[in-house]
Write a protein that binds this ligand. Structure first.
Ligand code: NI
Length: 219
């Protein structure tokens, strides 16, 4: 299960992030990949320093303030955040992401798109699932969040450049099926409240959600 988050960053913030990133230096992306993934990784990453720290801080805040992200991911911390750039001919072949990043479990991955989709060709995030491949290419400021366990790739960019912020989430809830139940219950409780206000039924749904979270959360 993956989720498309709309407007994680409004357009003014996208412009600001692009400015910050555009003034920075980039290094070979292979440095942050594992030994096997490195063999298929051809991209660039914003070098360490004040700029990438500012981008990380803004993206962390924007995600943590996004209700859809919080409900879907139940984030405890964001384990790692990188700024990636793919120019003409660059790609990241099929791979899996590391299970641990800086000693923290990576449960979910996200990609926040910063380039306008019309400004480049290729560069789709391709998810390999039981139903085949899903290609994802979103508006600037939108993000996709998916389980880190999935095999995925970034298709070759054949025109322009694709800039994105990618990162990993350590969730309070380890299991995707349990996160999905909590995500569904969030929607049920919000819909019940919108339709009927505070009712006994709503309280029972909220009680069930709280009790499940107490069972499943690793805080
Ligand atoms: Ni990856």
């Amino acid at each position: 299960m993956l989720i498309h988050l709309q407007k994680v960053c409004p357009s003014e913030q996208v412009d600001h992030l692009r400015d910050l990133i555009g003034q920075g230096g980039f290094v070979d992306g292979g440095t942050t990949a594992g030994q096997v993934a490195r063999a298929v990784k051809a991209n660039e990453q914003l070098e360490a320093g004040a700029r990438v720290d500012m981008v990380r801080s803004e993206v962390r805040k924007a995600l943590m303030a996004h209700a859809g992200f919080v409900s879907f991911a139940r984030p405890k911390t964001l384990s790692r955040i990188l700024v990636s750039r793919y120019r003409d001919g660059m790609a990241y072949g099929p791979h899996i992401d590391d299970a641990l990043m800086g000693g923290r479990r990576a449960d979910l991955s996200f990609t926040l798109f910063l380039s306008d989709p019309d400004s480049y060709d290729g560069g789709e995030l391709v998810m390999d699932g039981p139903d085949g491949e899903t290609e994802i290419k979103l508006a600037a400021g939108d993000a996709v969040v998916y389980a880190t366990s999935a095999i995925h790739q970034v298709a070759p960019v054949t025109r322009g450049e694709r800039v994105a912020v990618v990162g990993w989430v350590r969730s309070l809830v380890r299991r995707p099926d349990q996160r999905e139940i909590l995500f569904d219950l969030d929607q049920v409780s919000a819909a019940l409240f919108a339709r009927d206000g505070k009712t006994r039924e709503l309280d029972l749904v909220l009680k069930t959600k709280a009790n499940l979270l107490r069972q499943w959360a690793e805080d």
